[in-house]
Design a protein around this ligand. Structure first.
Ligand SMILES: *Cc1c(COP(=O)(O)O)cnc(C)c1O
Length: 371
């Protein structure tokens, strides 16, 4: 699914030097590699504050901890994503309200968000799923109308942009009140281990978040609130700083490969290819995900694996059906789209080191089986 070794080989010297540098300086915790990476990331995103942390799940948790929520407050999020989002909502004693998704772009359904809002709703967590930006014009108008905070989950969309209806353009992860991201190795900007970060343009929230991620300390050994210990490792920061310079190139490769797949696969009525955005900005193809509509998805997975082609099912089970997150509010009949997607989606290999021959081979095997 990914070729991290091929990618590493092309930047081997720079990466190794950056790691050696941290070791030579023995700045294992924080230090210049972390502060340089934060500065460079701020500039890349065009955001006021970057607070790094240990992983994307911590980033989401710390974002929620900064908003002074009370047990029972409701947080709206999508039914079709990785479990982190709903997991941290529940860990903090908040109530997740899951919402079905749009069948075309797989992102949270704006109309259904409106119907899920109650007096207890405080926050919406949209996920820019598979690298595709959610409709931020509409989401901001909902949040303003109902006075809700937005935490963007940008883990799959590093480097994507959103173009507003008025033509203004911003990077995803810099539009809501706060944003969380992950540097898990297979993400578009991935380290060689765990890592995460939080972005915000709000000075007060940024100060609060820095303290929360550092044991609730705002002054050394003065613990004002209950926080956590969540740091980006200095070696990871050094690696990420090298890779940040390549992020746009990496995302352009992903888009080019996505377009090749789409050109090859879009003429079969049983295969629905992802919509390729006209402006080429709002989708960075963390995943290239097809819908197989003739109930042959599972046998296709087997066929591809027999032919040496890895593929992924993101995600096989809707969050509302997970044992850990079941609740009376999550009536199965409200999740028709997610229920269908879990049976239809298949993600093909998508990474920076693909080539045209591989994409042709993979696409031919898909067509061979589905025809
Ligand atoms: C990867 C991911 C996370 C979690 O990131 P970790 O660094 O593994 O904790 C959260 N949300 C989404 C959408 C993700 O893809």
């Amino acid at each position: 699914m990914v070729d991290l070794k091929g990618q590493y080989k092309k930047i081997e010297k720079e990466i190794n030097d950056s790691i050696s540098n941290v070791i030579e300086n023995t700045t294992f915790i924080n230090g210049p590699s972390v502060s340089n990476f934060k500065e460079n990331l701020k500039e890349y995103l065009g955001v006021k504050h970057v607070i790094t942390c240990a992983n994307g799940t911590d980033a989401l948790q710390i974002c929620l901890m900064s908003l002074d929520l009370k047990p029972g407050d409701e947080v709206i999020t999508t039914d079709f994503t990785f479990a982190s989002t709903v997991e941290v909502i529940m860990l903090l004693g908040l109530t997740p309200v899951l919402v079905d998704v749009d069948p075309v772009n797989f992102n949270i359904d704006m109309q259904k968000i409106r119907k899920s809002i109650t007096k207890k709703t405080k926050v919406i967590i949209p996920v820019h799923l598979f690298g595709q930006s959610v409709d931020m014009d509409e989401l901001l108008s909902i949040s303003q109308e109902f006075g809700l905070k937005i935490i963007e989950d940008n883990a799959q969309a590093m480097g994507a942009s959103y173009i507003f209806k008025n033509g203004e353009q911003k990077k995803t992860g810099t539009i809501g009140d706060i944003s969380a991201t992950s540097f898990f190795p297979s993400k578009n900007l991935g380290g060689y281990g765990d890592g995460g970060a939080i972005f915000t343009n709000d000075d007060e929230l940024a100060a609060k978040i820095s303290g929360i991620s550092n044991h609730g300390m705002y002054k050394r050994y003065h613990h004002d609130i209950v926080g956590v210990n969540s740091r980006l490792d200095s070696i990871q920061a050094a690696i990420l700083d090298v890779k940040l310079k390549l992020l746009d190139d990496y995302n352009n490769s992903r888009k080019k490969f996505a377009k090749m797949y789409t050109d090859l696969l879009s003429n079969n009525s049983k295969i629905i290819v992802p919509k390729f955005p006209e402006n080429h900005l709002s989708h960075v193809f963390h995943q290239y995900t097809l819908k197989i509509t003739n109930k042959k998805r599972d046998p296709l997975v087997n066929y591809l694996s027999e032919n040496g082609i890895p593929c992924g099912i993101y995600y096989p089970i809707p969050l509302h059906s997970q044992k850990a997150y079941s609740s009376t509010r999550n009536n199965d009949k409200n999740f028709k789209v997610t229920n269908d997607l879990c049976k239809e989606v298949i993600s093909l290999p998508m990474h920076t080191e693909l080539d045209e021959d591989q994409i042709k081979y993979i696409s031919n095997k898909v067509l061979e089986f589905i025809n």
